[in-house]
Ligand binder design. Sequence first.
Ligand SMILES: [Zn+2]
Length: 272
Amino acid sequence: MTFIQSLPKQWTIKQLMDTPGRINMLNERVVTLVGMKRLESEALFVSSEGGGTLRETAKVHFAGQERYWWLARKVAGVMRRVLLSELQLQKCTVDKPCIDCAVCGLLGGLNTDNNTALFSRVKLQDLISVEPYEYDEKFRIRQPDDPNKGNPVPFQEVIVPPGTRFPFIIRLIKPSQFDIGAFLYANALADGLGYGNYSKLRGNATTQWIAIFDGFAHISAYELLASDDLNSALQAIADNPAGPVNVKNTLHSDELNTYIHDVTSSKEKWVS
Ligand SMILES: [Zn+2]
């Protein structure tokens, strides 16, 4: 029995809508998930799309050097798509969230047709790489879909290489059993499908989860990335997290792996 099994099964949209004003993090529970994502194939995380022939993955100067920058909202977008498809919610789409389904209940959204909104209870931090950014321009050629029409187009791209790792820190506000299960399940599927916008740059990933904390663990990506011994820093966080955390409830090691295996192997484990 983990602390997650003592959480409510699932919130209804009405219960979420009825929460007066903003959800108060001091009164409502928070769960913190921490892991490490590792790219298994090339990816291109563009922050803006220009019209030129050079496509460049985004970078940011952080914790002493330039690093690859993977925007949290791109991860959230892929996860929403995956969950909508898995739960077969045809009336809700990424572009027009219905604000009336389990996915909107978790990931929030704004519907301008009937003026309803829910804020996302999943708070993802931007993902910033452990490995430093390297400007490695690749010269490539795009073949036309139909070789009888159009010409091959040369282009260049600067990609994120496979093996690049990113600390992955998530806070889930007012969590239910459904929320945590759905998030972990969608994450596992999204990792397999990839986060790439381009067919040849699939951006597959794997996630190694380190801990799930009952509380608002103060984990700083900056401190992790500035540390010269990342594994020890992660271990220290798992053993003794800073911030308001109920430490005896922490899921890590075998207990964490068993729980994650459970919820990612079957939707029945978290769909009410
Ligand atoms: Zn919806």
